[in-house]
Write a protein that binds this ligand. Structure first.
Ligand code: ATP
Length: 303
């Protein structure tokens, strides 16, 4: 038997970062949105313990570990059952791009393993397993638009009346999330303990108005990311000059995302940026969290 689960990339519409806590984590107040770029994870209970990773032609998967450190493999250890398992990951989400691709794979593997073995674990159990795997993994299960607090793992769905059109520009070389946080600390040694709250952003999401949302987007990690990669500032300026309502660094970067006023508006921005950048994608949000897309009998079961 095999089960395939699809999980979406996330962007942060608001990312407020506070001073590091005693455990070293930064307190966050963030608003996540799941957008229509997906990884598929298939877990099969036949064959030897193994992992394979493939990417769509535009995605370089060389940075994805193929050993036990892969987050999808670690996910299977959360509720060990059956096996050995083969895990197949097909990636469309840029790697190390600040879009939580690894977290999406972890969430997808948790759910695929649960459904493959008919475990039927309640949502709160899956969410607790997800939080142990990583701060963004619970959101990858929930999807939609949600507020994240704590390290980002305490997730609460929020009202979102929009269908938002995004243009996504990944960078050829990823940016390390811990490195961006370290640079944030250097730039802001006096950061407040409490991260900035997304008050106006919540109102903009409820209004469904793109211009209002564009004004309310906020990312405390944008400044350190641009300081480490100044070319990201040029990309954001170009996208806005070409008609995007607002461009911003996605999470810890280096992927940049652009909010557009409509589908035709997003096509214009994709066309314009494609003249200078190799990979320019379009996506809508919000979309669903991790969900089963197929369950199949293995060939040898059918004989
Ligand atoms: P974040 O969740 O911090 O925003 P990110 O989106 O910037 O992360 P990911 O694509 O999740 O970046 O990858 C971060 C690192 O995690 C990679 O460089 C890789 O070493 C490791 N990793 C482990 N498992 C996976 C996986 N299944 N897919 C991608 N990266 C993985």
């Amino acid at each position: 038997m095999s089960t395939t689960v699809r999980a979406a990339a996330k962007i942060n519409l608001h990312l407020g970062v506070g001073a590091p806590r005693e455990d070293g984590f930064h307190p966050l107040d963030t608003v996540y949105q799941a957008i229509s770029l997906y990884d598929d994870v298939t877990v099969s209970d036949a064959g030897a313990e193994s992992l394979s990773v493939a990417g769509t032609p535009q995605i370089d998967v060389t940075g994805v570990p193929t050993d036990a450190s892969n987050i999808a493999v670690r996910a299977l250890a959360e509720a060990p059952c059956g096996g050995p398992h083969h895990v197949q990951i097909t990636k469309q989400i840029p790697v190390a791009g600040g879009m939580a691709g690894g977290s999406a794979d972890g969430a997808a593997a948790l759910l695929a393993h649960d459904r493959l073995h008919d475990l039927g674990q309640p949502d709160d159990v899956l969410l607790a397993q997800a939080a142990r795997l990583g701060s963004d993994v619970p959101f990858s299960l929930v999807g939609g638009t949600a507020r994240g607090r704590g390290r980002g793992e305490v997730v609460e769905p929020i009202v979102d009346h929009g269908t938002w059109w995004w243009v996504v520009v990944p960078a050829a070389v990823g940016l390390s999330t811990p490195e961006v946080y370290r640079h944030f600390d250097r730039l802001h040694p006096d950061a407040p303990a409490q991260p900035a709250e997304p008050t106006e952003l919540l109102a903009a999401l409820a209004s469904g108005e793109p211009v209002r949302l564009a004004r309310a987007l906020h990312n405390d990690l944008q400044e350190p990311a641009i300081d480490l990669r100044p070319e990201l500032g040029d990309l954001i300026a170009l996208g806005e000059a070409e008609g995007a309502l607002r461009g911003m660094v996605s999470g810890s970067g280096p992927t940049c995302v652009f909010l557009c006023d409509s589908q035709p508006g997003s096509i214009e921005v994709v066309t314009a940026l494609s003249a200078s950048y190799d990979v320019v994608l379009s996506a809508i949000g919000p979309v669903a969290g991790a969900h089963v897309v197929s369950t199949r009998e293995a060939e040898w079961d059918l004989r």
